[in-house]
Design a protein around this ligand. Structure first.
Ligand SMILES: Nc1ncnc2c1ncn2[C@@H]1O[C@H](COP(=O)(O)OP(=O)(O)O)[C@@H](O)[C@H]1O
Ligand SMILES: [Mg+2]
Length: 208
C-alpha cells in the first residue's frame, strides 16, 4: 500500500531533520556539580511562548520539584535538560559549563529521565530492567531497585517473578506498574541526575 500524501510529507520532513551530533564537545563528569537553569525562555513555535524567564538551582544531593498546571511547561523543562530542544534565551549550566558544550552522548549517559508514558518491551521483567545496560546484575540488585520503586509487590505476584514475560505476549502491566518498572530501571542505571516526570502518582507504596 502506498502511504498517503500526508504521511509522505511527514516522512520527508523527518528525513530532512539533522541527525544529532552526539560526539562533539567536552567530556565532563557532572558528579557533585550544581545544575542551574538561568533565565530561560523557550517556545516550540514563535507564536506560543511556553517558558518565560525561568531560573532554578538544583544542588547535588537534593530533590527539587516543579508544581504547576497541566500544560504549564514542566515536561518542556525536562526536554530542554535532555537537549531535545535548545532554549531561545538563557542557558542551562552544570557547574560552570553550558550543557550544550558537553558531548551529547556523555551528557545523556549521566542523566536519567522517566517520562510520563513509560513504555514496556516484550520480554521478561529482568529484560525490561536491564536491556542495553553494561554489566551483569544479580537478582538481589534487581529486587533492591524494584523495592525502591515500590514495584516488589506486583512482581512477586507474577508467575515466574523476574523471569515473567510481560508486554504483548505476556502478563499485562498497568500504566502505573509500567512507570514503576521504568523508575526501577532508572535506579539501576544510577544516573547522576534523575528526572521523574509526573511519576509521583505511581511512585508511592501500594496499599497492603
Ligand atoms: N513537541 C511540542 N510541540 C509543540 N508544542 C508542545 C510540544 N510539547 C508540548 N507542547 C506545548 O507546550 C505547552 C507545555 O507543555 P508541557 O511542557 O508538556 O506541560 P506540562 O508538562 O506542565 O503539562 C503545552 O501548551 C503543550 O501543548
Ligand atoms: Mg508534563
Amino acid at each position: 500500500m502506498l502511504p498517503s500524501k500526508c504521511s509522505t510529507t511527514r516522512i520527508q520532513a523527518l528525513l530532512q531533520t539533522h541527525e544529532e551530533d552526539r560526539l562533539t564537545g567536552t567530556d565532563l563528569d557532572i558528579g557533585d556539580q550544581t545544575l542551574q537553569m538561568n533565565h530561560v525562555s523557550f517556545s516550540y513555535d514563535q507564536h506560543h511562548p511556553i517558558l518565560s524567564d525561568v531560573s532554578f538551582t538544583a544542588e547535588p544531593n537534593s530533590v527539587i520539584a516543579f508544581a504547576g498546571p497541566s500544560g504549564g511547561g514542566k515536561s518542556t523543562i525536562f526536554s530542554l535538560i535532555e537537549r531535545f530542544y535548545e532554549p531561545n534565551e538563557g542557558s542551562i549550566t552544570i557547574g560552570n559549563t553550558n550543557i550544550t558544550d558537553i558531548q551529547l552522548a556523555d551528557w545523556r549517559q549521566q542523566i536519567g529521565l522517566v517520562g510520563q508514558d513509560a513504555a514496556i518491551m516484550s520480554g521478561t521483567i529482568r529484560y525490561n530492567l536491564t536491556y542495553g545496560l553494561p554489566g551483569h546484575f544479580s537478582d538481589e540488585q534487581l529486587w533492591h531497585v524494584l523495592e525502591m520503586a515500590y514495584a516488589t509487590q506486583f512482581v512477586q505476584k507474577m508467575p515466574r517473578g523476574l523471569d515473567t514475560e510481560v508486554g504483548e505476549r505476556g502478563v499485562k502491566v498497568s500504566g502505573g506498574q509500567r512507570q514503576r518498572l521504568a523508575i526501577a530501571r532508572a535506579f539501576l542505571r544510577n544516573p547522576k541526575i534523575l528526572m521523574l516526570d509526573e511519576a509521583t502518582a505511581s511512585w508511592i507504596p501500594s496499599p497492603k
